[in-house]
Design a protein around this ligand. Structure first.
Ligand code: 4LM
Length: 387
């Protein structure tokens, strides 16, 4: 299996040995029969392989972890109950008081809130290198570098190979949140990044009906994240949700192609509209990092489009958003349905105003998650809303 499209269908999944069922069964159980006392003791001592308790591992969840590890080209992966549980488990599993974490923003507001909040409370120094650049922010105490493969909501890129190189030179672990690109468009581990993370709630699930997160990387780095995040924090993914992600990922390559096609059409339309000042979409030649996007992304430029209105005011954003009919006003992204949101008052309202403005998230900014509807219908809806 060499093609991602084939691996999305088959990786991690096999007909059930007990019944021949092709669809991976939902192992809706909390505990597993241990056998004899000595067999149970061997399982708990790590001297035998097998399932014990679903907080530690579950067959449906394990199939999903294997699928995602395969798609990202990782040795191991561990799934969580949300993207945020994946982020916090990664921090708690790998950092200690006194360590420094450097991030290149903007990040999803919830992640930035988590990093800043947890940093303060757990004695981790969190450094925002968005303006000053990564090279200037790294110190001997830097233990982790955090980026998003496409920034939320401004859709900027970072040169992942360069981020990985700088982090490694300082002995730091590099982390890339690949939620916006998915393994179909961006390949962080192939660029030298150590750990890749997803909110599966978005494109991997794809249908807006399940919350989950996952981290993938080397067995050595995943082991402490698994131990802390599942064993100690207990943020495990439920088997029924794992089933929905296994099903969603099978069509990920097809959905991503449709998202990319629709987003490009929407971005091109918005760019020509007089009520719009700037369109942020890496597939447009006007995007300041279009060349990097062409080098770093494969198969398209993503399904997210962010734009700034000519009148940079909340009232103007409300005028447009409140008139949309096909796009639903909602946070989250990556669903087959198109969604629209006002980042300053929703997804990025957790970020201090000064940092938000420095990252370019203004009151007249609208973020679109372009679904898989026909692009002509989406463009028509935006046209009537913009007036
Ligand atoms: C949103 N985002 O933007 P859970 N990483 C990225 C994200 O965009 C998100 C998470 C992690 C949005 C949610 C309201 C790049 C979330 C966190 O929501 O915990 O699965 O993922 O609209």
């Amino acid at each position: 299996m060499t093609h991602l499209r084939t691996r999305a269908v088959h990786a991690g999944q096999h007909p059930d040995p007990a019944t021949g069922a092709i669809t991976t069964p939902i192992s809706q159980t909390t505990a597993f029969a241990l056998g004899t006392l000595e067999q149970g003791a061997a399982l708990f001592a790590g001297q035998a392989d097998g399932y014990r308790y679903s907080r530690f591992a579950n067959p449906t969840v394990a199939a999903l972890e294997a699928k995602l590890a395969d798609l990202e080209g990782a040795a191991a992966a561990v799934a969580f109950a949300s993207g945020t549980a994946a982020c916090s488990s990664l921090l708690l599993g790998l950092l200690q008081p006194g360590d420094e974490l450097v991030f290149l923003g903007p990040l999803y507001g919830g992640t930035e809130g988590l990093l800043r909040g947890m940093g303060e409370r757990w004695g981790i120094r969190v450094v925002d290198a968005t303006t000053g650049g990564l090279a200037a922010a790294l110190t001997p105490a830097t233990r982790m570098v955090w980026v998003e493969t496409l920034t939320n909501p401004t859709l900027r890129l970072h040169d992942l190979a360069e981020v990985a190189r700088l982090a490694r030179a300082h002995g730091a672990i590099s982390v890339a949140d690949n939620t916006f690109c998915t393994p179909m468009l961006a390949r962080p581990l192939e660029q030298g990044i150590d750990l890749v993370l997803h909110s599966m709630t978005k494109y991997l699930g794809g249908h807006g009906d399940a919350t989950g997160g996952i981290v993938a990387g080397s067995a050595e780095l995943i082991a402490p994240v698994r131990k802390t995040g599942l064993g100690h924090v207990g943020g495990n993914l439920a088997p029924a949700e794992a089933y929905l992600f296994l099903r969603g990922i099978k069509t990920l390559p097809l959905r991503m192609a449709a998202h990319c096609e629709g987003a490009l059409a929407v971005a091109q339309f918005l760019q020509s509209h007089p009520a719009v000042r700037t369109v942020h979409y890496p597939g447009l030649p006007s995007h300041p990092q279009h060349d990097l996007a062409r080098r770093q992304l494969q198969g398209g430029f993503g399904g997210m489009v962010t734009f700034e209105l000519a009148r940079d005011e909340r009232a103007e954003a409300a005028r447009v958003l409140d008139r949309l009919q096909l796009f639903t006003q909602a946070v989250s992204l990556g669903d087959v349905d198109s969604l629209a949101c006002h980042p300053a008052s929703t997804t990025h309202s957790f970020v201090p105003q000064q940092a938000r403005e420095a990252a370019g998230v203004g009151e007249g900014m609208i973020r679109l998650s372009v679904g898989i509807e026909h692009p002509d219908d989406l463009v028509a809806d935006l046209g009537q809303a913009l007036g």
